[in-house]
Design a protein around this ligand. Structure first.
Ligand SMILES: *Cc1c(COP(=O)(O)O)cnc(C)c1O
Length: 382
């Protein structure tokens, strides 16, 4: 047992200290360390340029969670007594619902579809609680983007602001900048476990210039052109230190994406040689930070998960079986959550890294294959 190497589910690699240091020295020289300093503004400009979008389309934040909060406060404002609810998919990371709570909303969990792993905008447009809802907060799970026109229509038809948690969607937006709209602000995470990272950090992507001015104001205590707090705010500013990491990351990001593409291609190529009891999702269908196996049923899911653990291969139930079942959220309202629970018991996170070796991938695949072969024969044949 002890001779088996541990394979982590994700292994971040941020720019080396020397690459960051060149930018840090600029902060030293400027004696500017936060409060939208030159490095933050340059990072925002370079990200907007990389997307081919106007400069105001990108505003940074201190984390992805902070970016969700800022987008909510800038677009929907804090919750009002007559519309306290936020409709949020059960199948998401805790940050989504926590951010809504920090803005005063009471999450109400809605179900996701087994194909999209996301909410159905058409179903939300008929949701019975819309009259008490002040915010709709869909999620792009693992970077799988929704149809933004559907979300804009949902907002228009219901009159309820929609904010998208697209925390893992940075690459998808890079490849399709038209996803960024004026109607639906989206929040991106630059956490170390995401593909583009500043260590901790995030951004609001939004074409609404006045909205982005509000986002800047929200992120800086509600101040605007004075030290007077004028709207609900917080401190969600990215520091110059984190921006330095981001600028160094951006310098090497084309190479990084090529590395990820090679590993994702290796996953697909090597997986083709095995009969897996399920379907593999890799980039560009999902963010490069993830390789996901959609197991054919819960029995297979559990067998594969157990086999990996025994072989010292780390897997992850990224969003568990949904937030509605987690202790902090268990008392909150929810719809029937069959889709959320099914996805939670079928979607298995497998190891990924920009430098994951083909040998490691082959080890994981052989382990999955052996576990599948040991399943009851009627099912293993399927
Ligand atoms: C990563 C992630 C977040 C949180 O982002 P942080 O930068 O860690 O605050 C929120 N929602 C989803 C869906 C995520 O994947």
């Amino acid at each position: 047992m002890t001779d088996l190497a541990f394979i982590p589910v994700f292994r971040p690699l941020l720019p080396p200290a020397d690459a960051v240091a060149a930018y840090l020295r600029q902060a030293d020289a400027a004696r500017f360390y936060t409060n939208r300093g030159p490095l933050v503004r340059r990072l925002e400009q370079r990200l907007a340029a990389a997307l081919g979008l106007p400069g105001h389309a990108v505003r940074t934040a201190s984390s992805g969670t902070a970016a969700i909060e800022v987008a909510i406060l800038a677009h929907a404002g804090p919750a009002r007594a007559d519309r306290p609810l936020a409709l949020i998919p059960g199948y998401t990371f805790a940050a989504t619902a926590l951010a809504a709570e920090r803005c005063g909303y009471v999450p109400h969990f809605v179900d996701v579809g087994p194909e999209t792993w996301a909410v159905d905008p058409a179903a939300l447009a008929r949701h019975p609680l819309l009259a008490r809802t002040g915010l709709i907060l869909p999620v792009a799970p693992f970077g799988r983007m929704p149809d933004m026109a559907d979300l804009a229509r949902l907002s228009r038809d219901t009159g309820i602001p929609v904010v998208l948690d697209a925390a893992a969607g940075f690459e998808q937006v890079l490849d399709r900048p038209a996803l960024v709209t004026a109607e639906v602000p989206m929040a991106i995470s630059f956490h170390a476990t995401k593909t583009f990272s500043t260590g901790e950090g995030g951004a609001i992507l939004w074409l609404d210039a006045a909205g982005q001015d509000r986002a800047v104001q929200v992120a800086n205590f509600g101040f605007r052109l004075s030290r007077e707090c004028r709207i609900a705010g917080t401190n969600a500013k990215m520091s110059e230190y984190h921006a330095a990491v981001g600028l160094a990351m951006l310098d090497g990001f084309a190479d990084r994406r090529a590395d990820y593409a090679r590993v994702a291609a290796a996953w697909r190529r090597l997986a083709a040689g095995f009969s897996l009891p399920g379907r593999l999702y890799t980039a560009p269908e999902v963010s490069s930070a993830y390789v996901l196996l959609w197991a054919e049923d819960e029995t297979a899911f559990l067998a594969l998960e157990t086999a990996c653990t025994a072989a010292r291969i780390e897997t992850r139930r990224w969003y568990e079986a949904g937030l509605q079942d987690q202790p902090h959220f268990a008392h909150l309202g929810r719809d029937a959550m069959a889709g959320t629970r099914a996805v939670g018991r079928r979607l298995l996170g497998l190891p990924m890294a920009c430098d994951l070796t083909e040998e490691a991938i082959a080890t994981v695949l052989a382990t999955l294959h052996r576990a599948a072969a040991a399943l009851p024969p009627a099912r293993a044949a399927g």
